[in-house]
Design a protein around this ligand. Structure first.
Ligand code: ADP
Ligand code: ADP
Length: 229
């Protein structure tokens, strides 16, 4: 599903590598937390998987795509196999909840009868049936993140990448969002979540991959946020 072999990433403007000789594997259906302090390389890791950046060294495979060798014209297909969720939701503010989700399908050319069928289904899955015609600014933060998750998942991607998805939410709402991500994970979707949220990592006891200065310093099968802290 995800395989990095001795991957390094050097940005032109930076002297030290953002990722430094990273080797890690993630299987289909896994739930993995990616942790580490600010600047440790988490965002770079996620951007490499989406081929928003290319590795400076090493080999990288995502959903059977050979990222280091693939042609530009295959990038859209790679990205269709990966759903993304962010801290700041990134909803289209002039579209309703349903339109936000539908838009993700329109841009990849899904026919309207499919869209009409699957949008209500995914809104129900995320607990937003009844809110289909609301505008994003009429929703709570937790509800907005549910819309973002619905949009990321509606195309049934193989993998969901979540970058600090609970970073703007209170603890109770964060727990609800984690239950939803677990539910999506149980459908067989691999979930990779970058986070600073200690209590969530500690309560979920899932695999934890920890970065420091661009290197993997820990990879625990049922990890907690801080060892001995
Ligand atoms: P994190 O997401 O863990 O905060 P990043 O991947 O954003 O870490 O950053 C890792 C290192 O790479 C940091 O030193 C950061 O300043 C640097 N970096 C990240 N993006 C860029 C970029 N586009 N250009 C130059 N340096 C970058
Ligand atoms: P976060 O960790 O919250 O995801 P970052 O601070 O790592 O966000 O990065 C936010 C954006 O700024 C990223 O898109 C990244 O490309 C860019 N960035 C981060 N560090 C640098 C840097 N040193 N030079 C240039 N761009 C950077």
């Amino acid at each position: 599903m995800i395989r990095l072999e001795h991957v390094s990433k050097n940005y032109k403007t930076s002297t030290r590598p953002a990722l430094d000789d990273v080797t890690v594997d993630m299987d289909k259906g896994e739930f993995v937390f990616l942790i580490g302090p600010s600047g440790s390389g988490k965002s770079t890791f996620l951007r490499l998987l989406l081929r928003e950046e290319v590795p400076s060294k090493g080999k990288l495979y995502v959903n059977n795509f050979d990222i280091t060798r693939m042609s530009r014209r295959r990038i859209p297909r790679l990205r269709q196999s990966i759903g993304c969720v962010f801290q700041d939701f990134r909803l289209l503010v002039n579209k309703t909840v349903a339109e936000n989700v539908a838009f993700a399908l329109e841009v990849i050319g899904k026919p309207s009868h499919t869209i009409k069928k699957v949008v209500p289904e995914v809104l129900e899955l995320v607990g937003l049936d009844g809110k289909a015609n609301r505008m994003p600014n009429e929703l709570s933060g937790g509800e907005q993140q549910r819309v973002a998750i619905a949009r990321a998942f509606v195309n049934r991607p193989l993998m969901l990448l979540a970058d600090e998805p609970t970073g703007n939410l209170d603890p109770d709402t964060s727990q609800d969002i984690m239950l939803l991500l677990e539910r999506i994970n149980r459908t067989g979707t691999t979930v990779l979540m970058a986070t600073h949220d200690h209590s969530i990592v500690d309560s979920m006891r899932r695999r934890v991959v920890e970065l420091a200065f661009g290197r993997v310093i820990r990879d625990d099968a049922r990890g907690v946020y801080g060892v001995g802290r």
